[in-house]
Design a protein around this ligand. Sequence first.
Ligand code: 48H
Length: 263
Amino acid sequence: MREAEITRAIVRAALKDLDELAEVDVLIVGAGPSGLTAAYYLAREGLKVAVFERRFSFGGGIGPGGNMLPRVVVQEEALGVLSDFGVRRVEGGSGLYVVDPAELIAKLAFRAIEAGARVLLGAHVSDVIYRKEPLRITGVMWVWSPIELSQSHVDPIYTESKALVDATGHGAEVLSIVARKVPELGLSVRGERSAYAELSEKLVSERSGRVAPGLYVTGMATAAYYGFPRMGPIFGGMLLSGKKVAEEVLRDLRATLPQGQLA
Ligand code: 48H
């Protein structure tokens, strides 16, 4: 085997991939718990789904558990989602179930990818694309993360989407960009509030969804956007929120697009 052939195999496959990622049905920014959950429920319906994650790993905030103790908890209401992903849990009392973060990360990612979602690691989303009349968000601009970190001036490239989901966690990065750079949409990111776990879990699960034409929010980004409290190392709300945003995206895409128009 020649070294040149190793290069060619990588380049050919990667360029084909990037070509396919120029246009998707749903683009999810962030491969944390909410983003991966949404990716699974959308991909299993046959949509072309991509998840762009700026780290070279997935799971977002799951890995460190609670203050680096290797466990997270999930409440009873989210057991159905855990079952859809085949995640094992043990009872922790008071309606809480205890989960191994490594297993949660692995199974969320495995199921999303097996269902057909494409997870692109090291892809940093730095801007959005928009259109007027009708005013809507139609995709993102992105660069490889090491380029972003180097602070070199490199123009990003585009991915168009019919639905763009902000699953970037505490920073609500996509919505913050839109609030600043597409003021016509009138969005503002209020910032999360101090901890109130039960209330926050309920609000985040219920309110994740569409925030503007073509633009959706899930997970902690929902709390940051609406000014909801934080909840600490309980993850049921993130899973339910990912499922909820997937349902809204599916509903909207099915209502507005004939089947044949999905990418
Ligand atoms: C590409 C990006 C970009 C970008 C960020 O933080 P996450 O785990 O997000 P959620 O909302 O799915 O889960 C939140 C949960 O982990 C958490 O922090 C909780 C429950 N906290 C409660 C509390 O009180 O503290 O994942 C977001 C992912 C990360 O992997 C980022 O690297 C990635 O998004 N990301 N990827 N382009 N611009 N910004």
